[in-house]
Write a protein that binds this ligand. Structure first.
Ligand SMILES: *Cc1c(COP(=O)(O)O)cnc(C)c1O
Length: 376
């Protein structure tokens, strides 16, 4: 393949994302709906292209973080159900209704407000209610009796789903997830016993799927990271990981310049690297403004001509310098791999994250908008 004419670009395999989605569906079985999480531009893979692909695979539900993200997908013609997971501001209420987005209510005040919004519009409005089962972030901490009373007072809004989110689903040294499941189930049962219909009950994201916490699946799961090929490493005595997913993205940067430097040359801001001997360096057309973590300065690696090679000196805003002493054939215009596979050498988001002191989600979602997405 001719290399794309961009300074830095990601190659996204939509086929791999489709395979990952099918793998998640097969793992949870036919009785469990898979909501595909496409927030944060589908973790850097491109929300619109990923959404179209997954809808083509039969996805009925997509999840985004914000009203803005939902509106962008609607405007691009996405007709699937869209759950907005991370709250809505007063200024976003109108768009929520106008674009037929499905809000997540995080408090009983949200529930009452959604009913007022439905009445103003004259149309029914379905929402999902999130409970804080122990993560201590978004979600209501109201008692089941209070929730029942709030739901009974509704006129046009309707609770369609009951959900929660786990703080530590890959951590088998902690009882936190089991406690969260127990609290969720107590609330779920109390609501059902009070006669509340609940079409969807959902708690699990990638790690609770991958580590087969089947008691937390109910009839819907929310998969994000797994669609993009990752399951977090476990802690403690985890159950066997049941997903077989692969990364779908490779990130490249072109070489802008190649040069030979003598022993003792300082490289980059702050002069933090001093060449211990004569070497050949290449300057790459990507820096921290593209998503190359500054923390990778003098620590990270890239793949050049099929070999792992170190980043030299500090990562700059637009440029990164690497050692190419092993690859005398590399020229300006050639591409190196910042994330991905060349031959039998792989550098994935989890490996990069370990060196950068962060998590793979952070690496993927930090690849900035100016890095062109190319679909293969
Ligand atoms: C991001 C998110 C998910 C998806 O999590 P993954 O670990 O990427 O599968 C699910 N639910 C909520 C509430 C989220 O914010």
């Amino acid at each position: 393949m001719m290399s794309p004419p961009y300074r830095s670009y990601v190659l996204v395999s939509l086929d791999q994302i489709a395979r990952n989605y099918r793998n998640v569906r097969a793992a949870v079985g036919p009785g469990v709906e898979v909501m595909a999480v496409v927030k944060a531009d589908a973790y850097g893979h491109g929300a619109l292209e990923v959404s179209r692909t997954l809808i083509g695979e039969g996805a009925k539900w997509l999840a985004v973080s914000s009203v803005d993200e939902g509106v962008a997908l609607r405007c691009a013609g996405i007709a699937a159900r869209l759950l907005v997971m991370a709250g809505f501001l007063p200024s976003e209420r109108e768009a929520l209704v106008e674009y037929h987005l499905t809000p997540t209510a995080h408090s009983l005040e949200d529930v009452a407000e959604l009913d007022r919004m439905a009445q103003r519009s004259g149309h029914p409005l379905a929402f999902h209610l999130k409970i804080d089962s122990g993560m201590g972030r978004l979600g209501t901490r109201a008692q089941p009796g209070e929730i029942v009373a709030a739901l009974r007072a509704l006129r046009l809004a309707r609770m369609e789903g009951l959900m929660t989110h786990f703080a530590s689903a890959a951590d088998f040294t902690s009882p936190q997830t089991d406690q969260q499941v127990a609290r969720f189930n107590a609330c779920y049962t109390a609501l059902r016993e009070a006669g509340m219909a609940i079409d969807y009950a959902h708690l699990s994201s990638t790690n609770a799927i991958g580590y087969a916490r089947t008691d937390a699946w109910h009839n819907m799961v929310r998969a994000g990271h797994a669609l993009y090929g990752y399951v977090s490493p476990p802690r403690g005595a985890a159950r066997k990981q049941i997903l077989d997913v692969q990364p779908a993205l490779a990130w490249k940067a072109k070489i802008l310049a190649v040069k030979d430097i003598p022993e003792g040359t300082l490289v980059g801001y702050g002069g933090t690297f001093r060449a211990p001997h004569a070497m050949r360096i290449a300057i790459l057309a990507a820096g921290y403004a593209d998503g190359v973590f500054h923390r990778l300065s003098n620590r990270g690696k890239v793949i050049a001509a099929g070999q792992l090679t170190p980043i030299l000196g500090t990562v700059s805003m637009d440029l990164t310098t690497i050692d190419v002493s092993h690859a005398m054939g590399l020229q300006p215009g050639d591409a190196v791999t910042l994330l991905g596979t060349e031959g039998d050498v792989t550098l994935d988001a989890q490996q990069i994250a370990r060196v950068a002191g962060t998590i793979s989600y952070n690496i993927l979602s930090s690849i900035s908008a100016r890095v062109r997405r190319v679909y293969v």
